[in-house]
Design a protein around this ligand. Structure first.
Ligand SMILES: Cc1cc2nc3c(=O)[nH]c(=O)nc-3n(C[C@H](O)[C@H](O)[C@H](O)COP(=O)(O)OP(=O)(O)OC[C@H]3O[C@@H](n4cnc5c(N)ncnc54)[C@H](O)[C@@H]3O)c2cc1C
Length: 518
């Protein structure tokens, strides 16, 4: 009888650990006889990182699929609605310099060349505003749906801003009470290998040896299994993405009814950028920076000045938290019977909130392709490693695009970011292609691509990249369809402005209602 994979042990109870536990336990019926055994071990001595407040719309799908009530999630995790990102001062640093990367794809992108249609018919409007109602809805601070809209349904596509600590606690309760996850609070002190190099068991300080068939390393940056035990190679991306530190603070609202921004606001600075994420009772803010380009004290000064320009809080009351990370990823996140998910598998700056979305993709892939036997494990692992290296590379390239296209010239940081030797070869080639055509599905080869053609279009054209006109005409230059597209954007905007509540008022309505779905 071949050895079967019946039991999965997840190490780590941060966002990565609990999302993976929920996905596996739900999909493989851990709460039913004959289902997969899913155990999560979390150290009482090492807390989760406790940052990670911006998500993608993928989280909506994950939560719905694992059966979570959206209202409960919103009430218990201090959640607000996020409809995209607003990038301020990235292009030139001038006062009126901003653009949006909304979650709604450009209207009509499947039917016409939206870039050419935009330049021909609406050249005075910023690209995102011409092809989507969402940037204006965000500017107005509106919610993505009405009070009576069912859970997870939407007028405009959305993800969430959330309190990471509360989210971990919420998922823990849901996993244990509803999904049948076994929970062990204990510190792992050793990893015990079998003769074939697979992990046989983990030694815990109080609970003794814990055995399993597959081990998921969700221990954060330390990578207890994938790094300390297996020493899986790390691909350092500092030569492309310079940021390696952050100072983070929590800023209270000036008044309890202050509106809540519907997008993450990312404001470029001399040597990095500041995030501003509005939750229900506070804003999460932080300056992500390159320690090779700026000192911590200068960062704190700039962050304080930025907060003072947007809030009446007494700056003296704020205590910044310093976080360090090494941008990069493991080239073999799956080794033998161990797969790393979350910060243990890699991390790059949170500019597009890719980390939680990557965790979701990892968890879903592991769940969908869970090997039934030990013999199948190596085949699944090899395929998994190849796909995730491609995904990491494409995330690194997408983030680099934000810097490469900037015209800012106020510091070495921005100038260094435009040095040709810092641009990945593949992105160099794509930029050559995109001089004459818009990014399309032909340029991407993964089904679960985190950043596809719409994201590239928003960043390229938001940052002022203007492709040269094609010499010949194309069937995709269709004035009639273009007119319909722009009319549809304008109609959606009117409808949204008329019917949508503010982000704050929708959240108030949800949180004040008890127990029933919205
Ligand atoms: C500045 C910053 C901003 C970020 N912003 C975003 C964002 O906006 N959006 C986004 O998607 N992501 C963001 N991230 C990333 C996000 O925070 C993480 O991807 C996410 O929290 C997942 O972390 P994790 O679960 O992998 O690790 P952690 O939260 O570090 O969890 C590690 C777990 O391992 C356990 N553990 C460790 N050692 C042992 C041991 N010996 N025995 C037992 N258990 C052990 C700990 O108890 C803990 O539960 C940000 C990260 C940083 C640094």
């Amino acid at each position: 009888m071949e050895s079967q994979i019946n039991s999965v042990v997840i190490v780590g109870g941060g966002t990565a650990g609990w999302i993976t536990a929920a996905r596996l336990a739900h999909d493989h019926c851990a709460n039913q006889p004959g289902g997969l055994t899913v155990t999560l071990i979390e150290s009482p001595d090492v807390g989760p990182i406790g940052v990670g407040e911006g998500s993608w719309p993928t989280l909506r799908v994950t939560l719905r699929e694992i059966g979570v009530s959206e209202s409960d999630f919103i009430r218990e995790c201090e959640v607000s609605f996020k409809q995209g990102s607003k990038f301020v001062a990235w292009r030139t640093g001038a006062d009126n310099d901003f653009y949006y990367h909304p979650f709604m794809p450009p209207e009509g992108a499947l039917d016409i060349d939206v870039n050419r249609a935009w330049l021909k018919h609406q050249p005075e409007a910023p690209f995102a505003y011409a092809v989507s109602a969402q940037p204006q809805l965000c500017e107005e601070g509106l919610a993505p749906k009405q009070v009576q809209t069912p859970e997870y349904a939407a007028f405009s596509n959305y993800g969430y801003h959330l309190n990471a600590d509360k989210f971990g606690a919420f998922l823990r309760r849901y996993c244990i009470e509803k999904l049948g996850v076994n929970y062990i609070e204990d510190h792992i002190t050793g990893v015990n290998a079998a003769e074939d190099g697979h992990i046989r068991s983990l030694s815990c300080r109080a609970s003794g040896e814990i055995t399993g068939d597959l081990f998921v390393d969700c221990t954060g940056g330390r990578g207890l299994l994938i790094n300390q035990h297996f020493k899986a190679p790390f691909v350092d991306c500092t030569d492309v993405l310079f940021n390696n530190k952050a100072l983070a603070v929590q800023v209270p609202y000036d008044t309890p009814d202050q509106n809540i921004a519907s997008a993450t606001i990312s404001t470029a600075q001399s040597s990095g950028w500041i995030w501003d994420i509005g939750l229900q009772t506070r804003r999460g803010m932080g300056y992500v920076y390159s320690s090779a380009h700026i000192e911590r004290d200068q960062v704190w000064e700039a962050l304080q000045a930025h907060i003072a320009s947007t809030s009446r809080v007494n700056i003296e009351t704020l205590t910044p938290r310093e976080l360090s990370f090494r941008p990069g990823y493991r080239s073999t996140p799956w080794v033998k019977n161990c797969v790393a998910v979350g910060m243990s598998s890699g991390f790059v700056e949170p500019l597009e909130a890719s980390a939680i979305a990557m965790v979701e993709i990892c968890a879903k892939t592991i769940s969908n392709e869970l090997p039934a036997t030990k013999a199948a494990m190596a085949i699944v692992a090899q395929r998994y490693n190849q796909r995730f290296v491609e995904r990491w590379d494409s995330i690194v390239e997408f983030l680099k695009l934000h810097y490469w296209l900037s015209e800012r010239d106020d510091s070495d940081y921005w100038r260094d970011n435009r040095r040709p030797d810092t641009l990945p070869q593949h992105l160099t080639e794509m930029l050559e292609l995109w001089k004459h055509q818009i990014p399309s599905t032909a340029d991407f080869h993964q089904i679960l691509e985190l950043f596809g053609p719409p994201s590239y279009q928003y960043i390229l054209y938001g940052m002022g990249y203007k492709p040269a006109d094609r010499v010949t005409r194309s069937r995709r230059d269709n004035d009639e369809i273009a007119a319909q597209v722009f009319q549809s954007v304008s109609d959606s905007l009117k409808k949204g402005l008329r019917g949508l509540p503010t982000n704050r008022s929708l959240l108030n309505a949800i949180t004040q209602r008890s127990g029933e779905g919205i």
